[in-house]
Design a protein. Sequence first.
Length: 257
Amino acid sequence: MLNTVYTTKVINDWAWRLPYIIGGIAGLLFLFLRRNLQESSLFEHLATNQEIVKQPVLEVFKKIPWETIRTVLLVCMDASLFYTSFVYLPTYLSLYSHLSMGQALNLITVFVFISLFTVPFFAFISDRIGRRPMLIAVAIGVIVLAYFIFKGLSQPNTTSIILAVFGLTMLSSMEQGTTPATIVENYPLSVRYTGLAFGYNLGYTVFAGTAPMLNTWLIKITNSKLAPGYYLICCSIVTGLVVLLGIKETKARDLSF
């Protein structure tokens, strides 16, 4: 939106601060809401029975280290797919297609808006068919389609670019609608919040925070505009193997313990 409303000079001079200001205001609002949010009945049960773990981070590493490692590896596909699709892609399109940065950002904004509806839809499907089938389907989809998606993204054809971004959005939505629930359902009640927060954010730090840099580096060393597709394939293989070998179906699990 900034690129649409302001010129590059204005953005560089002062307008780049606007998202941070808006984000700061939103952060204060969320902090207020969180501080006044009623605790869940499960947490109140733990408090009543004096079962709250006093050092949950240590508890996670001492008693269930595999769950944390598994969460990080499960997030590998999640983070790389989301950040490549919605954070790195505008830069990629502005460099390797006929779209300008402003056009690329507008296109991605449209598909981010679409994902507001597709993510809940695929979460609903995941509740019906299960976590494992959905995640395995996403992994296979990325492995099979990533090459062709980035082939389409690098073509001087608007239709092929839109179809490619649509494909990435659907794959990401399928995964985003499934992974968070899968992670929650794989932790015991006493350390669920800490385990989820630590494993998920560590995974995003490793695989999402480095995605733009890795994609740029891979394109440079391979001299191939398709390199980000290979990166997504590798990440999907990692998560696919974790799901196949280390994740049990949890869609009907009782979360009260």
